[in-house]
Write a protein that binds this ligand. Structure first.
Ligand code: ZN
Ligand code: ZN
Length: 83
């Protein structure tokens, strides 16, 4: 078994995990299209908080941690287990 890196934090709003330690306690970088308004791109208003343990995240069941163009885990290979 290879040693996989666990995300360091996740967004308080959308649950997006991040492996960037420098992003902890900063605003989420996720951008998405506003509902019913095609041309307006909104940025997530959540903040990255550090995850305490492995129980906070699980391997992505869509890409199985392969991190390839996955819209479920945003290519991180891990998703929050508390959504
Ligand atoms: Zn977010
Ligand atoms: Zn995935």
């Amino acid at each position: 078994m290879e040693n996989k890196i666990k995300p360091f934090g996740k967004c308080t709003k959308c649950g997006r995990p991040t492996m960037e330690v420098s992003l902890i306690n900063t605003r989420c970088i996720l951008k998405f299209k506003k509902q019913n308004k095609k041309n307006i791109i909104e940025r997530c208003t959540g903040t990255y908080r550090s995850m305490v343990g492995i129980s906070d995240c699980k391997e992505c069941s869509t890409c199985y941690g392969k991190q390839e163009k996955c819209s479920t885990c945003y290519d991180i290979g891990w998703v929050s287990s508390r959504n």
